[in-house]
Design a protein around this ligand. Structure first.
Ligand SMILES: Cc1cc2nc3c(=O)[nH]c(=O)nc-3n(C[C@H](O)[C@H](O)[C@H](O)COP(=O)(O)O)c2cc1C
Length: 231
């Protein structure tokens, strides 16, 4: 069993990453594998409503969104998903929002392949806005028919400067308990009811995906188009 932790903070090694790794520690103690993915700071964009993912029903973003497509492929292979965000302006970071918009719209158009996976949001905050950001991540898990474990408090760690969150004893303990509860839930639900078929069909679409020189996925119609004869 594997849990993917996605860091949507552009500050590598910062408080969000520390919180995700604290959940990882508890998961690994329970024998669950972990994989860290740095999304924050990469070239990502939110949904532009082109509807190509819905027309093709392939769970892929057809804009230049390589990092998010890579993340989608990793989400499909994981049994559990942690999405970590810092609070920016009493809300999610823009990179977290881009991931949620794009992944949710693309995947829900291809049969809810995240169904029955376990999901947890993790928030780093200086002072205000954490509950709102936490709720927004949970909306992603809930509409994708995922299961959310609780902890001894809401999954929030307090700190401003890089590394400051380790001083928030209660926040760090919340991450430890979250990891333990996530492991418990993963073990209880292992191999039960997951929609493997949907997951595999999206993954095979991602593998066969062709991109143009700019890294933009090429649609089926574009692939089959015959080159125009030169006059
Ligand atoms: C652009 C920006 C906006 C922020 N807005 C808020 C805010 O509204 N409320 C708050 O409590 N902290 C805010 N912060 C502080 C961060 O949430 C805090 O420093 C957090 O620990 C950063 O996590 P990181 O180290 O993973 O990047 C903001 C930080 C930045 C850079």
């Amino acid at each position: 069993m594997k849990v993917l932790g996605i860091n949507c903070s552009p500050r590598k090694g910062g408080n969000t990453e520390i919180l995700i790794r604290e959940v990882f520690r508890a998961l690994e103690k329970e024998g669950i594998k972990t994989e860290f993915f740095q999304l924050g700071g990469k070239d990502v964009s939110g949904c532009i409503a082109c509807m190509k993912c819905r027309k093709k029903e392939d769970g892929i973003c057809h804009q230049k969104n390589e990092a998010i497509n890579e993340c989608i492929a990793k989400m499909l292979k994981a049994d559990g998903i942690i999405i970590g965000s810092p609070v920016y302006h009493a809300d999610l970071s823009a990179d977290t929002k881009a991931l949620i918009e794009v992944a949710s719209y693309a995947l829900r158009g291809s049969g809810s392949p995240l169904k029955h996976k376990v999901g947890a949001g993790v928030i780093a905050v200086r002072r205000a806005g954490a509950i709102h950001a936490f709720d927004s991540i949970n909306h992603f898990f809930l509409i994708n028919e995922m299961i959310i474990p609780g902890s001894s408090y809401w999954n929030i760690g307090i700190g401003r400067e890089k590394g400051e969150v380790v001083k928030d004893e209660e926040g760090m303990n919340t991450m430890k308990v979250l990891g333990e509860n996530m492991a418990w839930l993963l073990k209880k639900t292992a191999g039960k009811g997951k929609k493997k078929a949907d997951e595999e069909s999206v993954l095979s679409g991602l593998k066969s995906e062709k991109t143009d020189p700019a890294g933009v996925p090429v649609t089926k119609e574009e692939k089959n188009k015959k080159p125009k004869k030169k006059r």
